[in-house]
Design a protein around this ligand. Structure first.
Ligand code: NGQ
Ligand code: ZN
Length: 462
């Protein structure tokens, strides 16, 4: 899918400089906004009926985990349910998925994301091989299935093939279920190269699963290979999510994970540090100053009992952030932003934590615009703001909706983020093309039917 050349007019539009009235967006055939005019008449242009805000890039998703949501809220008989017991359940689930099921889950997931206001997704994709190991005849088979799901839904995609090779810090054998994840570095680079630059709305980037799963020498080889494919492209890594991981990293290297990464690797604006939950003040300052985006996934981090991100220190140091749906227990950018803020309120016993560092916007707009900008950087695509040379990835909010009624520009985004105004999302556009109209996606009936079949198959096998 490419974009749709069009002239889009809206009565009210959130530009980087603030709300503007009578805004005309001139969109080219790659779906990029080439010119913006304010105070323009509606005339014969395509009308966007409401208040227009940038769509949200989702900077971290594991698509297949959507099909596990609701299946992991019971004890497997362990003494203690925690991240690691959840991971064992996830591994047993992963062993069953077929390529057809992976595509059906991704297509459905991405439609749901669009309907909630995510217009793009960075998919952290580590499911590469058939069950038990070996290779599909095309090693990019499952990556292509995920990309086909994105194509069917019409969501912007940065597919991040993941390098995952070890069972722990310093290297170690993989569990049988993890054989589906393991690639040689050159095979991994081949998948990245096969999918990079596929279209104006679909590309690929790099992901290293974690310091637990990639040895330093492999990391260096992978980054060198990647630089030859996408010299400016994004690099993602899971880091410092669990306290046990911090302890194991120290036992291995004498350093904490974020410290190790910042000391050993040239981390910069291309990087997204996913979670970064457990950092000292010094790590927080250094990581923020590196320019890396903090990839925050508050609903999953809560679901898995990870801990609370050091948001005040991060924002005070000028750190960039974005949000991701990660395990896909929640598919709503507003819920991620609320949890991001509310966890801080509960810990600090105060209010407006994320807003303090970002006047003059009220909190809803500061969170939304901050996460959109950081998320776009994490995707490595120009899609995080309504501005010239940025993609026309747009949400049209129905200002007549009861939850938004009466709100002027000052509080509209507070009402959008801090209430259950989901049904006020009237229209969604990706690269100028309408993908959700009046809350419906044109392909959703067929996509849902395939998803239902898939879930019936998977749950019966449990
Ligand atoms: C993942 N998820 O890759 O799906 C991980 C679990 C791991 C989160 N970290 C696996 N939330 O970290 O080893
Ligand atoms: Zn993850």
């Amino acid at each position: 899918m490419t974009g749709a050349a069009d002239r889009l007019w809206c009565p009210l539009c959130l530009l980087p400089s603030g709300w503007a009235e009578g805004v005309l967006l001139d969109v080219d055939d790659t779906g990029t906004i080439r010119r913006i005019e304010t105070g323009a008449p509606a005339a014969a242009n395509t009308q966007l009926p409401g208040a227009v805000i940038p769509g949200m890039p989702n900077l971290h998703s594991h698509a297949f985990q959507r099909a596990m949501a609701g299946l992991t809220e019971r004890s497997g008989g362990e003494e203690r349910s925690d991240f690691w017991s959840w991971r064992r359940t996830m591994y047993s689930f992963v062993g069953r998925l077929t390529p057809e099921q992976v595509e059906a889950i991704a297509a459905h997931l991405y439609v749901e994301m669009l309907k909630a206001g995510y217009t793009g997704v960075a998919e952290f994709h580590y499911l590469h091989n058939p069950p038990g190991g070996g290779r599909y005849s095309d090693p990019a088979e499952l990556a292509r299935r995920v990309a086909a799901g994105a194509e069917a839904a019409g969501i912007r995609l940065t597919l991040l093939p993941v390098l995952y090779r070890e069972g722990g810090f310093g290297g170690g054998p993989l569990a049988p279920a993890q054989q589906r994840f393991r690639l040689e570095v050159d095979e991994w680079a081949g998948i990245v190269a096969a999918l990079a630059g596929a279209s104006p709305t679909r590309t690929a980037g790099a992901a290293l699963h974690s310091l637990r799963a990639v040895l330093p020498a492999d990391m260096a080889d992978a980054l060198a290979a990647y630089d030859a494919i996408c010299p400016e492209g994004p690099v993602h890594i899971h880091i410092a999510e669990q306290e046990k991981e911090v302890a194991e990293c120290r036992a291995w290297s004498g350093l904490r994970p974020v410290e190790w990464l910042l000391d050993g690797v040239p981390v910069d604006r291309r990087w997204t540090l996913v979670h970064a939950t457990h950092m000292t003040e010094e790590e927080t300052r250094r990581a923020a100053a590196s320019g890396a985006v903090a990839g925050l996934c508050p609903t999953t981090e809560a679901n898995l009992g990870d801990g609370v991100f050091a948001l005040p220190g991060w924002l005070a140091a000028g750190g960039a952030f974005g949000v991701g749906s990660d395990s896909n227990v929640s598919l709503d950018p507003r819920e991620e932003l609320r949890w991001l803020e509310y966890a801080q309120r509960l810990v600090l016993k105060r209010r407006l934590v994320a807003g303090d560092a970002a006047p003059p916007h009220a909190l809803g707009a500061a969170l939304w615009l901050g996460a959109a900008a950081g998320g776009a950087r994490a995707m490595g695509q120009a899609c995080g703001a309504i501005a010239e040379n940025e993609a026309a990835d747009l949400l049209v909010l129905d200002t007549e909706h009861p939850t938004l009624a009466g709100h002027g520009p000052d509080t509209l985004l507070d009402a959008w983020v801090f209430t259950n105004a989901g049904s006020a999302l009237r229209e969604v556009r990706v690269a100028g093309r309408r993908v959700v109209e009046d809350g419906h996606h044109p392909g959703e009936d067929a996509i849902r039917a395939r998803y239902r079949e898939t879930m019936t198959e998977l749950v019966q096998e449990l």
